[in-house]
Design a protein around this ligand. Structure first.
Ligand SMILES: [Zn+2]
Length: 195
């Protein structure tokens, strides 16, 4: 049994505003009872998070009565430059932001195409450290920073602010849209994956 997660990433928040936006969103989630105010040991990959609140069912398509009994059932807020990914699996393709040519990254058996992935691996790996390494498009020859390429399957999202819900049922689209509105209309990406 793996752990499933959904992460809402704000791809437009600047490093300077991420912390304030995170606090605003948390205030709303706590006030409306989606999560509890207390920080407890209820998330993976971090010290503490916020467990589901009494009103968490309003955030999801189908509330799961068993969620309360799952240890990893909390919300973790990530502030800081991060490459968010969908966990298991591979991105299937990536599209050049200049010429819109799509490059497959896996073959028909869903195995990674090493020579295609090699063009991106360093840039993806170093983005969180502050690098904006350009990747040259094999099709048009123009270079673009790795975070501006369009990743299929919502596999990667590059940003400074993310909200990860551990083992929650599918989030309602209205709930996700509320994030974008409360983040000042910033573009958000919803990643879903398994660890
Ligand atoms: Zn191109």
């Amino acid at each position: 049994m793996g752990d499933w997660f959904q992460t809402i990433v704000d791809t437009e928040a600047t490093p300077g505003e991420a912390e304030g936006l995170a606090a605003n969103i948390l205030d709303w989630l706590i006030a409306d009872g989606f999560v509890s105010a207390e920080r407890t040991d209820c998330v993976l990959g971090a010290d503490a998070g916020h467990a589901p609140g009494a009103g968490y069912g309003e955030a999801v398509e189908e509330p799961d009565p068993g969620l309360a009994g799952v240890w990893s059932n909390g919300l973790h807020v990530t502030v800081g430059r991060t490459v968010f990914d969908a966990g298991q699996g591979e991105p299937s393709a990536v599209t050049c932001p200049h010429c819109a040519v799509q490059m497959p990254l896996v073959d028909e058996r869903w195995s990674p195409i090493e020579e295609a992935w090699a063009l991106f691996a360093d840039a993806v790996g170093s983005w969180a450290d502050g690098d904006d390494e350009p990747v040259a498009c094999p099709s048009c020859g123009r270079a673009a920073p790795v975070h501006t390429w369009l990743w299929a399957d919502e596999y990667f999202a590059f940003g400074h602010l993310g909200f990860t819900f551990w083992n929650w049922p599918t989030l309602r689209p209205e709930f996700v849209a509320d994030f974008s509105r409360r983040l000042g209309g910033h573009r958000t990406v919803l990643l879903a994956g398994k660890l």
